[in-house]
Every structure is written in C-alpha cells, then in structure tokens.
Ligand binder design. Sequence first.
Ligand code: SAM
Length: 314
Amino acid sequence: MSASDDNRTSLDPREALRWASHQLETSGIDSHARDGRILLRHVLDCTEEQLAGGNVAPLLPAQVAALRGLIKRRRQGEPIAYIVGKKEFMALEFAVDRRVLIPRPETELLVEKALDLFACDGEDDRVPQESPRLNEVSRPLIADIGTGSGAIAVSIAKYLPHAIVYATDIASEALAVARKNAAAHGVAERLVLLQGSYLQALPQAVHMVVCNPPYIPQGEIPGLDRDVREFEPRIALTGGSDGLDAYRRLFAELPASLLPGGIGLFEIGFDMAAPLRKLAARRLPGAHCEVFQDLAGFDRILQVSQVAPTGRSE
Ligand SMILES: C[S@@+](CC[C@H](N)C(=O)[O-])C[C@H]1O[C@@H](n2cnc3c(N)ncnc32)[C@H](O)[C@@H]1O
C-alpha cells in the first residue's frame, strides 16, 4: 500500500492485511500477524469469521486512513487493548484506556478462586465444595482493592449475583473506567465504587478481600516491555523498592476489614511467596497462608485465612 492509496476508491481486505502485518513486522512487533488482523477487524467492525471467510467489503478510503492511524500507534508501542479500547477478561468485554491497567489473563485465577470459595463455577451454577463457610453466606460482601478497570469486581458481581461488591482505587480516573464497565455489565446496583487508599475506603468489614496490587519492584520498571513501561499507569505497577509495599499496607489493614472467617486473596509476583509468608507471619500472627500456581506453574495467588479480626475503629 503506497502513500497515494488513501485516495483510491477501495482496498481489498487481504491486501490491507498483508500491508498491516508487514508494517508491524518491520517495527519488530512479534505478534504482527495477529495484531494486524485485530486492527483490521476493528476498522471494518467485523468478526474473525467474517474476515477469515473473505466475507467483508473492500476498505473505503476513510477506513484505509483509520487503519494507517492505528498501525502507527501500534508501531509506537501502544498496546492493542488501548488502541481498540477493550480487553476480554473472564469471558466478559471490558472497556480499557490509558487510565487503567490492562487486565491480565493470569488475574482470572484470582477471580476463579474467589468464585470457588463462594461455590460458584463462573457460570452462575452452584457446585459442591469442601470449605462450607463462605458458601453458606446468603449475601456475600466482597471488596476488590485497586480495582482499575473493574475487571475483578465486575466479574465477581456478574458471576455471583447475590454478592455486594465494593471496588476501591486511589485513582479517580480509574474509578471512572470501572463505573463504565459496571454499567455495561448490568452490575452497577451491586457494585459500590469508592476512592481511597487500600482498605481505608471500605465502609464495613467484608467476607472477602481480593486484590491485585501494584507489585513490580521499582528497579525492574526500566526493564519492562515498552508497551507496559510507557503506556500503563505507573501507579498500577510500582510496589516500592522490593515490590511488597502494598502487601505491607494490606496485611496491616486486613484484620479490621474482614468479618470473622473472612478470607484475603492476593495476586503475587512469581518470587514473592516466601517473603509474603514471612510478612504474614509477622503482621497476621496465627493466620493460615496458602499459595496457588497459575497455568504456567508460577506462584500467583496467596490466600490468607484465619485472620484474627480486630474490629473496626470507626
Ligand atoms: C495492578 S493494578 C490492578 C488493576 C485491576 N484490579 C486488575 O487486576 O486489572 C493496581 C491498581 O491499584 C491501584 N492503586 C495503587 N495504589 C493504590 C492505593 N494506595 N490504594 C488503592 N488502590 C491503589 C492502581 O490505581 C491500580 O488501579
């Protein structure tokens, strides 16, 4: 596709696809073929089936110009999810932009663990489970701390239709995105958005605290992929010098924020299980810690139970 092609009457989608993929490949983008298809589908507003089946009309000049613009953004390193403005998580579509972290597939494990503990398999069906306490709660109160796009909170509210979910974030701009997603998925009435630092914004103690906090050590930020380093909100990434700052706060605030028998579920870095067990032993004496691995076999979730409640000070 040459510079003058924008003025042609139309462009064959297969030619557009070849051009898009080539442009991305020459910028060193490994996923060039996949990204090219996603961006073309976005411009054409069509499904993968329609594109693969050759079932789409040629691109109009305005669509060619739009595709050029999107390819340029991707070549500059902007993540695909921000360019198309959406990301799938827990089989739900979430609006995302640069105000929020792009939800990661591994974070689905956090939601699945939460749903399991309330005996829900993610499809609204009840399934038998061994730990009886939480699944006997008729109105679960769940808090998602550092909600970002609301991916965790909205998924839990969607798949646990009897739950009330508090979703907090320190960033008001992130809460605006979460609000949009809660409305889009019809859970806004059961999802309470609160601005504040970690557990401080909660109006009451809850049965479960879930949190995917910022946990990247400050010194590792320069080595992150450009997509992440230059585009995702720094406040969503940095966990202080050792990556554990957020957990220090969360563990300190947890006893006053959990109802008796309540559980904390935290996403963790692959190498954080040992230091976090130690931290929990100091800050949450008597609590029981369990670590779960993701599909790649990395430690990913820390579950904290038997936390001695201290009651709330208000
Ligand atoms: C790793 S992101 C997680 C976003 C989302 N929950 C997800 O999993 O996709 C961390 C989030 O914590 C928020 N955050 C950072 N510091 C915070 C604080 N002190 N209190 C509450 N939220 C905070 C950030 O704004 C960001 O939205």
